[in-house]
Design a protein around this ligand. Structure first.
Ligand SMILES: Cc1cc2nc3c(=O)[nH]c(=O)nc-3n(C[C@H](O)[C@H](O)[C@H](O)COP(=O)(O)OP(=O)(O)OC[C@H]3O[C@@H](n4cnc5c(N)ncnc54)[C@H](O)[C@@H]3O)c2cc1C
Length: 381
């Protein structure tokens, strides 16, 4: 009964050049007003023009093979670029989901036609793909999805409602989890579909979050006809495909670096020089960050080797997102915007981070549910 988080890989020193290149690019962007650093920008920072500038540098679709329009780089190279983008609070939300999980999903399960159709556009930051899993009554219990896809002479007809669909309003396609067959096993009979957007029978409406932002959507499929070629992977294999994707979704550095720009902005005030309590707090936070990074890198190594370390990925997300919330609280204890003298960027990031904290442990599967996955996984080992 042990977790497999051995073989920790470190980004080798050879990648320092790439890290510096990304930093130079981001510093230039900052200097020229290309973006304003924000907390949780990987989720809420939708900026299509920024995504395209990144893509021009070859930093979107990095691990997509060259024949499919990508850059054929390693998972560790992508990891380094991702860490820098997160640490700077860059607005990467437009291409994030397509780059992080749908490109690997299409590579693993897609047909040659789908690979050529979607992957080059993902790498150019022209194809943005939303995830249509959650429904009004199916979040944690995803196997209970009620959206149905019925096979017809022309293809498939999809009916149902998806909610909390991040960035669907700018997406050029959505991957939909739908029931195609009534199998005895509730995890059977589910399938995934790649549906191009806009679609005349798919209505996308905004769900505005507590900070007034439009990030979420409700997506209603009203007998939407899609071609046969929209089926992604095998009919009835949707559950297996989705759980493999979630490994990519749960273990990346965004699960502990969402509020890194806030930490940087706090550190930039230099308050540690006189305040030993602030210095000790910073020390504690940075130490925990270092541990989480090692765990996340270990999972990244196993994903790159083609494994599905679902239990370890769940653990990284549980520990990482819990830590993010604690980091915001810790900084809040030391920074009082009401007291004056707090830099504007720090105050703005703190205010936004406080409103976003509840989402950290919900998105990508709630932490309570992840702990069940970890417990069940451990008891089987
Ligand atoms: C910022 C953000 C972005 C998101 N983006 C997307 C997206 O792009 N696409 C998408 O499909 N979904 C998305 N979601 C939805 C997300 O996946 C769901 O919110 C999540 O899976 C939880 O589902 P739910 O909201 O229906 O909560 P519920 O499943 O109703 O859970 C409510 C509470 O009950 C607890 N609970 C439920 N079941 C159990 C159990 N078995 N044991 C213990 N406790 C339990 C949960 O932990 C939670 O605290 C996003 C959510 C957020 C916050």
């Amino acid at each position: 009964m042990a977790l497999t988080l051995r073989a920790v890989e470190r980004p080798p020193a050879a990648l320092d050049g790439l890290r510096l290149e990304v930093r130079e690019f981001l510093e230039h962007e900052l200097a020229t007003g290309g973006f304003t650093p924000e907390a949780d920008a990987w989720m809420s920072g939708i900026d299509v023009a920024f995504s395209r500038r990144l893509a021009e540098r070859g930093w979107v679709g990095m691990t997509v093979p060259v024949p499919y329009g990508g850059h054929g780089r390693s998972a560790l190279e992508r990891y380094v670029v991702t860490e820098e983008l997160l640490a700077y609070g860059a607005p990467v939300a437009a291409h994030w989901i397509a780059d992080r999980q749908m490109a690997p999903g299409i590579l693993r399960n897609g047909t040659e036609e789908q690979k050529h159709r979607y992957l080059p556009g993902i790498a150019r930051a022209e194809q943005f793909i939303a995830i249509g899993m959650s429904e009004p009554d199916s979040g944690s219990d995803l196997a209970s999805v009620r959206t149905r896809a019925v096979e017809t002479g022309d293809g498939w007809r999809i009916t149902g409602t998806k909610v909390w669909t991040s960035a669907a309003h700018i997406a050029t396609a959505i991957v939909v989890l739908a029931r195609t067959d009534d199998a005895g096993d509730r995890h059977g009979g589910l399938s995934q579909f790649l549906v191009d957007l806009p679609h005349p029978a798919v209505a996308i409406s905004p769900i505005i979050t507590i900070d007034g932002a439009h990030h979420f959507n409700e997506v209603v499929f009203d007998d939407a006809l899609v071609p046969r070629t929209a089926l992604l992977g095998e009919r009835g294999e949707g559950w297996r495909q989705v759980t493999a994707e979630l490994g990519n979704e749960r273990s990346g550095p965004e699960r502990f670096l969402s509020v890194m720009p806030l930490l940087r902005a706090w550190a930039a005030t230099g308050c540690f020089a006189e305040d030993p309590l602030a210095r000790a707090e910073l020390g504690r936070l940075v130490t925990r960050l270092a541990v989480l990074r090692q765990m996340s890198l270990a999972v990244a190594g196993r994903l790159a080797a083609g494994e599905n370390p679902a239990v370890e990925a769940a653990l990284v997300k549980d520990l990482g997102t819990g830590f993010e919330g604690e980091m915001v609280e810790a900084i809040r204890r030391h920074v009082d915007p009401e007291a004056g003298g707090v830099p504007e960027d720090l105050a703005a990031m703190l205010a936004k981070a406080v409103l976003h904290v509840p989402a950290f442990t919900l998105r990508g599967g709630t932490n309570e549910v992840l702990r069940s996955i970890v417990a069940k996984g451990l008891s089987r080992r």
